[in-house]
Design a protein around this ligand. Sequence first.
Ligand SMILES: NC(=O)c1ccc[n+]([C@@H]2O[C@H](COP(=O)([O-])OP(=O)(O)OC[C@H]3O[C@@H](n4cnc5c(N)ncnc54)[C@H](OP(=O)(O)O)[C@@H]3O)[C@@H](O)[C@H]2O)c1
Length: 244
Amino acid sequence: MSISLSGQIALVTGASRGIGAAIAKALASAGSTILLVARSEPDLRQVQQSIESNGGMAVYTCADASKEEDVRRALGEVEQRFGRLDILVNCAGIGVFGPLVSTNTSDWDRVMATNARGPFLFCRESVPIMARRSNGCIINIASVVGVKGYMNQGAYTASKHALMGMTKVLAQEVQPLGIRVHIICPGGVDTEMASQARPDLDRSGLITPEEVAEVVLFLVSQRGNAVVDQVNLRRANGAPWFSE
Ligand SMILES: NC(=O)c1ccc[n+]([C@@H]2O[C@H](COP(=O)([O-])OP(=O)(O)OC[C@H]3O[C@@H](n4cnc5c(N)ncnc54)[C@H](OP(=O)(O)O)[C@@H]3O)[C@@H](O)[C@H]2O)c1
């Protein structure tokens, strides 16, 4: 997709690998400057180097999305370095898989803190920066289990339902501020997480991280009178959602 995001600043969480790294690279290829956020410094550095070797611009900061002080610090860096924020992509996420009744409390809390509290904190701290220019685009990466419920994915499913709920409210509350909010609900994407969650799936049939990134580029390119709120993205060889 050929769009220009030249001069725009994007913050992508979960940018150290998988879907977040692909989204960061795609946004950088379109001309945006990216603040890459995740916990692993070596992985972030690798993504930054890959973006820069393709002529893009990126910086990174190590932050735990579930920690308020880390999120505030990351947004402080955005303010200090760039003084603006145009695009926020909340992609950081973890899964713990197994029967719900075998899920221990600390795993439940960890999944909820990363997948639900993390995006909440990033949205809360980003909105005032975006609102100053009456312009912004927030994209939350949920999952098919933000809508459906899959066995052995209890905590993960609950966290993505929480993210869906938060996003529905946010979209309405920030619309008057000129901020657009979108949510993407992918099925199986070929990353480390998918091989953990669904070892039964043939990896060659999984959605690629780059295909999710193309959807992000489409959403950020929407500038006219039409807005896509939610994208349900499924595997071509999976059942259409209409069938359920
Ligand atoms: N793969 C799928 O099938 C699939 C399907 C639907 C939705 N999703 C969603 O897509 C997103 C990305 O998943 P993925 O498949 O790309 O997984 P992945 O390869 O495991 O990557 C997860 C990313 O999140 C970061 N992360 C995890 N915990 C974090 C924390 N506390 N603070 C900051 N960053 C953190 C990781 O970096 P560090 O470890 O360096 O912090 C990594 O960059 C997740 O929200 C996931 O739920 C995935």
